[in-house]
Write a protein that binds this ligand. Structure first.
Ligand code: CTP
Ligand code: MG
Length: 401
């Protein structure tokens, strides 16, 4: 339904009764500085183009700024990186590029100059290295421009401070009056452009608030947000491991005469056994898939291809021990596992504790962390007709250390 149809359905006079559409901010442009080398981050690409949480770092903040209504968004990029920038930022009609300079200040200046025809009333200036932009902080910044030509997000200093003189403490500073400064920083465009044009200070202005203050512009402080941190060092690009991960597994093997029956690493006397390339231990196979799944490491077929003769008749215990190694390599240990075997026969109950003990031994965990259960399907389906046995498993892993 489009707008016109909505209006036709409203009673006469209703349009006047509607509250005005919310218009929280005046129009604003944004500058994203992404022209640095990212040397400290040690990534294969300049950090602003490196992948972080599924996309190029610079794309995160550009998406947030566009969503907040910034237009245009001028991104300062290093000379020669046009195709990297286009790949990272495809699909935004508001975005355009300028070539940055040798310092951050020069990159900002180039972007400000490129806006001189539009001369927007307000501009947000932001580091590409800060992927998270919190909308409520933007709201505070833009609202604060009513009172001053500059507004910046700040955070308190919680640690006490020491002046480092050749590795020895040489005085302190009063943390009560100090603030940590973030971006985006908001300015009246004409004022910050003039400030940058007049910048005579040290060649490396840490941010635009310093340039503004040097020009004598008042800069208001608003509350920032810890989420808007800057990625600087290589460890900042290492995703923190979740504390707990889970995976599920499922497998089926056919029953046939003349085969051994292995379940959970235990050989069981039965009229039939399971057919498979390895020992066909369907329960261990489901468990291995659960463990590999929990660390997103593929499935049992990828690790032990049935086409490889090496695994013909192999004991599935080898697969389970390998899955434990994969899990350990990913930085996890087994929290608990729960296996369900689905068959009419044999009865699993008499073997349950031996199965649990064998799985615990193979995985190197306490037996209390290993559950083996069984169910029938009331005679229904292939398991009910005793044509095969199915098994499902869930594994919970916890971060090691
Ligand atoms: N920046 C820029 N132009 C420069 C230098 C820096 O646009 N000549 C940008 C960076 O791309 C970054 C932001 O300024 O988004 C903050 O700088 P910083 O975190 O120091 O990034 P780099 O200078 O790229 O990193 P490094 O100092 O480790 O080389
Ligand atoms: Mg730098």
């Amino acid at each position: 339904m489009d707008c016109d149809e909505t209006c036709k359905k409203l009673p006469a006079g209703a349009m006047n009764a509607l509250p005005p559409a919310p218009d929280p901010f005046p129009a604003f442009a944004a500058i994203v500085v992404a022209a640095g080398k990212g040397l400290r981050a040690g990534q294969p690409l300049p950090k602003q183009f490196a992948q972080w949480r599924g996309k190029a770092l610079v794309r995160h903040c550009v998406e947030a700024l566009v969503a907040a209504g910034a237009a245009p968004v001028v991104v300062a990029i290093p000379e020669g990186s046009e195709s990297l920038a286009e790949d990272a930022l495809c699909g935004f009609e508001q975005v355009r590029f300028v070539i940055g300079g040798a310092t951050r200040q020069e990159s900002v200046r180039a972007a400000l100059e490129s806006l001189s025809d539009e001369a927007p009333a307000y501009v947000l200036i932001h580091d590409a290295a800060r992927p998270v932009v919190v909308p409520s902080v933007l709201e505070r910044l833009l609202s604060a421009l009513d009172q001053a030509p500059g507004a910046i997000p700040v955070l308190p200093v919680v640690d006490s401070l020491a002046v480092d003189r050749d590795g020895f403490m040489d005085g302190t500073a009063n943390r009560e009056v100090l603030r940590r400064v973030q971006t985006p920083q908001a300015f009246a465009y004409a004022d910050i452009l003039a400030a940058h044009r007049n910048w005579q200070g040290a060649p490396h202005a840490g941010d635009d608030a310093q340039v503004a203050r040097m020009a004598g512009l008042p800069v208001t402080l608003v509350a920032g947000d810890e989420a808007m941190y800057k990625l600087t060092f290589s460890e900042d690009f290492v995703a923190p491991l979740p504390a707990v991960r889970m995976g599920t597994g499922y497998d089926v093997h056919r029953l046939a005469d003349g085969e051994d029956l292995w379940l959970c690493g235990v050989k069981i006397e039965h009229s039939q056994g399971l057919v498979g390339h390895s020992d066909a231990d369907v329960a261990i196979h489901a468990l291995v898939d659960a463990m590999l799944g929990a660390v997103a490491a593929g499935d049992i077929g990828q690790h032990f291809p049935p086409s490889n003769p090496q695994w013909r008749g192999a004991s599935s215990g080898v697969f389970l021990q390998h899955a434990c190694e994969v899990v350990a390599h990913a930085g996890y240990v087994v929290g608990n596992v729960d296996v369900t075997i689905i068959c009419e026969a044999p009865k699993i109950g008499p073997h349950r504790d031996l199965m649990r003990a064998r799985l615990a031994e193979l995985m190197g965990v306490d037996i209390g962390c290993v559950s083996v259960k069984a169910t029938t399907t009331e005679g229904l389906g292939f398991t009910g007709r005793r044509e095969g046995i199915a098994a499902q498993a869930i594994a919970t892993l916890v971060k090691a250390g």
